[in-house]
Design a protein around this ligand. Structure first.
Ligand code: DP6
Length: 320
């Protein structure tokens, strides 16, 4: 009745922004992401009949804020009649704004809950359940380059290529560590209801997905860079055009973007992407990662720089 699973965050290159069914948390668009290797969340779930309620400890601190979402996710895996559970989560990276901590957390949670309860669900079913908790979490069940496809009335996941097939590096510049002012869930609904650019965003997503798929198939860094930056800036344009407007960047985010432009002008293979937060993620060839790290670390206002390779999907690990 106890199991531990480990999962890494993923970074979307073609973004998920908007929901077609908020009840089941189904995305309005497909997305393509890369799963990281060096940042991870380890999650232990223990179902215990002697407990009088679920408990959650995150990085050694009791966390009641996230508990209702965790409990709902446990119900979705083990059934509403399950025993209460004690859940312990540890991440080796700052659980700051926009670092995709919910993706690694819910991917690890569904896997640990499945192993602890002995439900034996398929990886696709677990991805779908992780996606109900947080859309981007479905992608962290898989490794390397992952596509999330809207298929009928559910989602379907594919590994487009493994981390070993195309071993890129990701350099994350943390520009602010305060929690974000508005959650992705709320921000997506505001975009859908008020942004004049929302419908065009949805309409154009299939073309961006096709371009990214083709770039990945031929391992064309240049093509992937162009579509990823375009898709990221387009998603932020949807947010900027919303009412109230949602601007997640700060001046350091922009300075990091300029630093990436400088690296590109000097001939380095690097591009940026930014999620619903102020951190900038630079994707580059592994041989350039140290240079990109040093460059971003020198940008005034950058608090911390984290480097990671690409890795595998979530897995059950030995329980200690
Ligand atoms: C900007 O998965 O956090 O990072 O499903 O409402 O929990 P919910 O949203 P979440 O949204 C992530 C949005 C994004 C882009 C992406 O990861 O594709």
């Amino acid at each position: 009745m106890r199991a531990t699973a480990k999962a890494q965050p993923n970074i979307a290159l073609v973004k998920y922004w908007g929901k077609r069914d908020s009840e089941r948390n189904l995305p309005a668009v497909g997305s393509i992401s890369i799963t990281l290797a060096d940042l991870h969340t380890t999650m232990t779930v223990e179902f215990d009949d002697s407990l009088s309620g679920d408990t959650l400890v995150v990085n050694d601190d009791k966390n009641d804020a996230m508990l209702p979402r965790v409990s709902r996710c446990l119900d979705s895996v083990a059934g509403a009649g399950r025993s209460f559970a004690s859940v312990t989560s540890d991440s080796n990276f700052p659980i700051a704004a926009g670092l995709a901590s919910s993706a690694s957390a819910f991917a690890a949670l569904v896997l640990a809950a499945d192993a602890a309860a002995g439900t034996g669900y398929s990886r696709d079913r677990l991805a779908s359940l992780a996606g109900q908790a947080s859309g981007s979490a479905a992608r962290s069940l898989f490794g390397g380059f992952v596509e999330l496809e809207n298929a009928g009335d559910d989602i379907r996941l594919h590994e487009l290529c493994t981390a070993r097939d195309w071993p890129l590096a990701v350099v994350v510049a943390i520009t602010a560590s305060a929690p974000k002012p508005v959650s992705s869930t709320v921000a997506m609904e505001t975009s859908r209801e008020t942004s004049p650019f929302y419908d065009r965003w949805i309409e154009q997503q299939e073309a961006d997905l096709a371009e990214a798929r083709a770039a990945i198939a031929e391992r064309s860094f240049e093509r992937l860079a162009a579509v990823a930056e375009h898709n990221c800036l387009k998603m932020h344009s949807v947010m900027w055009g919303s009412r109230p407007p949602m601007v997640f960047w700060n001046s350091t985010t922009l300075a990091c973007m300029e630093a990436v432009r400088g690296l590109q002008a000097a001939g380095r293979a690097v591009f940026f992407t930014i999620d619903a937060g102020p951190q900038l993620k630079a994707v580059c060839q592994p041989a350039d990662a140290e240079h990109v790290r040093e460059t971003l670390a020198r940008v005034g206002g950058v608090e911390q720089v984290v480097v990671s390779g690409l890795g595998d999907g979530a897995r059950v690990v030995a329980d200690d």
